[in-house]
Structure formats: C-alpha cells, structure tokens
Design a protein around this ligand. Sequence first.
Ligand code: F6P
Length: 337
Amino acid sequence: MKIGILTSGGDCPGINATIRGVGKTAMMNFGMEVIGIHSGFKGILNEDIEPFTERSLSGILNLGGTILGTSREKPFRKLLQSNTDGVADQLLEKYHELRLDCVVCIGGNGTMKTANVISDLGMNVIGVPKTIDNDIWGTDMTFGFNTAVNIATDAIDRLHSTASSHKRVMVIEVMGHHAGWIALHAGMAGGGDVILLPEIGYDMDKINEFILGRAEKGKPYSIVVVAEGVKIPEDKKTAEFFAKEINKGTGIETRETVLGHIQRGGNPSPFDRNLATQLGGHATELATKKMFGRMVCVNGNKIDSIPLSEVANKLKLVEPDNDLIVQGKRMGINFGW
Ligand code: F6P
C-alpha cells in the first residue's frame, strides 16, 4: 500500500508525533510506502510531496508545529464541493496519478469536513483529530489540548502573585472559539475565581457583584479566565472588554492578558506525544483493514474509530452539567451568573 499524510487547519502540539506514528508504523510494521503531502489538501493538487523514510521521521516526536506545513482550507473546501473549475476532478486525478491507496488527514473540525467531502468523491481517507480546542465531535479527547491546558494553567498560576500583590483583578483570555474546554480546565486547575465559557454566557452585573463580594470577604484580588469566543459587543476585544467592564462596575483596578498562539506553539506534553503516537498507529492499522472514511478517536480508555460522516459539521461543546463546573460551583467559583 502507498499512503499519503497531510496536515491541515491550525497547527497544534503533537502533530509531528502523529506523522511519526502513522509513518513509522506503516513502513516498519506493514511495509508500506509513505509520502508526506505539504500544506494541506492543496498539496495533492500541486503534487507538493516528499517521500518519507524511517530516517526522515526520526527526531520529530517532541517537535511542535507540523513538518508538513498546514493551511486553513475552508475556501478550498467550498471550491471542492461545487467542483469550481473542475477542482474536485483534478484532485481525484492527482490522487490516482500519485498511486495513493489512502490519505491520512490530520486536522480539526474543518479538516474532518473536507476529509468527508473527499471521501464522498471516492478517495480513501482516514481522519486523525487534532486541536488544542478539544471540540471535535466523536472523540473524548484531542491531542494538543493537554499541552495547551498546561501552558494556560502556568500562565494563570503566574498571574496570582502579581494580582494579589497589587490587589487587582486580572483578566486572562485563552483560546476556544466555540468551546470553552481550555478555559474550563485551565481555569479550574489554575484556581480562577471567575470562569467564562462561550457555552454558558454571563451577566456582567453578577460578575461584578461576585468580585466585590470577594473583596468584602478580605480577598481584594480576583482572576477572571475567559474563553476568546465568549459573546461581547462586536467592535470590542474580549479581554479588554471584560477588564473595562469590571473596572467600571467594581472600581477595582484591572489588567488584561491575552495568551494567544503561545498556547499552540512549542513542544507537546508527554501525554499528547503518547496520545498522538497511539492515534497515528491506529490510523495506519485502519488503512490496512481498508476501513476508510473513518476518524480514529478516543472512546473511554481505548482508541476506536467513527465514520467521518458522523463527525463532520458537529462540535463537542462543554455541557453546563460538566462535573468540573458542578464541583467548581459548589466551591464558590463563578461561571458568569
Ligand atoms: O482551532 C484552534 C485555534 O487555536 C482556536 O482556538 C483559535 O480560535 C483559532 O485556532 C485561531 O486560528 P488562527 O491561528 O488561524 O488565527
């Protein structure tokens, strides 16, 4: 068999460990030919590829980012779906010209949608879920999330001492456009006092009352952890908006920090390296079994797989009855209300 590996969508720690897991398993255990496809799906079209060897996949386990390069593929997916300028036909032609038996697509929600589209076109594909956001439907966990939570938790830890020294409110914005998984997990692990998630929303007056209540109890500083996707007026910036509103409503000095892409850069945590390695190995195994059109996933304590058609166009969001929220509320943490 000959398989191609591509990475698409935003990068995240653990992609290279996955490429290594897929490629080494394919070459060393199953005797397959493996090529890397550069810069996402367009790499097939442009024949922007490189043959992989055991040697070329060495030394990348702990490396952040993706050695294959990546691109956001939404506009390309639209072209594919409408077959504008025969793009879908060309892609299929190239796939056959390259004599590929399967393409392993490592990516997030957008990538799984595109993978599903090209599977419908007749290409053999297997998806491997990756995102720091942890919001891919059908898998309990994505690699990259653990690393991002470690980074965000470390940042929140560091804000405590400066917040308490100055008796300030510190607002920290973490990633998570639709889903608040990073805010919830890092917020709880970092001892956040207010944790705001896109799924739950907020009432500004209640947040200010809560912060003033803390001050009255002798806790003149507070840490507010907010996911970037929490709804705010359109022309505002998330962390800045909350810092200003809190300052206005409480009179307490506030500062804001936006963690941004630091959460996505750098080396994967040991947990993510191992998860990525396992998912990679299982993706290759699926290919040998010709179980195409599926995404490998974490299901409880084991690695499983699920049809891409079930994953595409869905999101895994934080439910209001998530146990971390339930326990947090019992301990007096404010979730926006
Ligand atoms: O999907 C991962 C993610 O990091 C989101 O949390 C964030 O909203 C988005 O990507 C940022 O994308 P970009 O790197 O394209 O600005």
